[in-house]
Design a binder for this molecule. Structure first.
Ligand code: 3PG
Length: 214
């Protein structure tokens, strides 16, 4: 493993050593940044992912990062230019729905910690052989959920997963109990529509319902 990859891996481990739930935020208005970030922080969630899916995503990453108390990652990284934009905005780590050699190269070049998305054993092999051992299993629920993760533990004992896609407060525990799951990620903690409506009390309620696994 290159020095860059070792550093990337150890940074990710540090971010997720005490937080097992990773909220995925899709934010349409940058004015909500402070309220939303503070609300999540109240429940011990100071690390989160902001998807690059709206016009203001990069500004949101930048604003949330500047607030100081948070570790903000960039999600939905697809092209190498997404990686450079995320780094420029202040993201501390990235998450991608899948893998391409170009994406992995760009992250390694900048020592930018990436949780690459995988959905098959072959993709896991590609990522693992490049030195990426913390992987996003996406879309986890559709792929076979906890059953699939148990099956993957055999051939890939060194890989740890962030199952994502179709996870919520009622099934998160099933995943978190597995030895090869480092944490679970999802939009259920702060759904896009509730952020749009600035319904902080509903989001607070959901986050509190998920408290048991933070
Ligand atoms: C992602 O960005 O990884 C997924 O959209 C999250 O899936 P979820 O909305 O089912 O949590």
């Amino acid at each position: 493993m290159s020095n860059n990859l070792e550093k990337m891996d150890s940074n990710l481990r540090q971010y997720f050593s005490s937080q097992k739930l990773l909220p995925i935020l899709t934010v349409d208005e940058k004015e909500v940044c402070e309220d939303l970030a503070n609300l999540l922080c109240e429940s011990g969630l100071n690390t989160f992912e902001v998807t690059l899916r709206t016009q203001v995503s990069l500004e949101v990453i930048s604003k949330m990062s500047s607030l100081g108390n948070f570790v903000v990652g960039a999600g939905t990284l697809i092209s190498p230019s997404d990686v450079s934009s995320a780094i420029k905005a202040g993201a501390k780590f990235g998450v991608s729905p899948g893998i391409t050699p170009e994406l992995l190269d760009e992250c390694e070049k900048h020592s930018f910690p990436l949780i690459p998305g995988v959905s098959t054993a072959s993709e896991i092999m590609n990522a693992y052989l490049r030195g990426f051992k913390i992987l996003k299993l996406f879309p986890a629920d559709v792929l076979g959920g906890a059953k699939m993760l148990k099956a993957l533990a055999g051939p890939f004992p060194e890989c740890e997963f962030f199952p994502t896609g179709g996870i919520n407060q009622s099934n998160a525990n099933e995943y978190l109990n597995l030895t090869n799951v480092i944490g679970v990620a999802g939009s259920w903690m702060a759904p896009r529509e509730l952020i749009k409506e600035r319904d902080w009390s509903k989001i607070r309620k959901i986050v509190k319902m998920s408290d048991w696994k933070i």
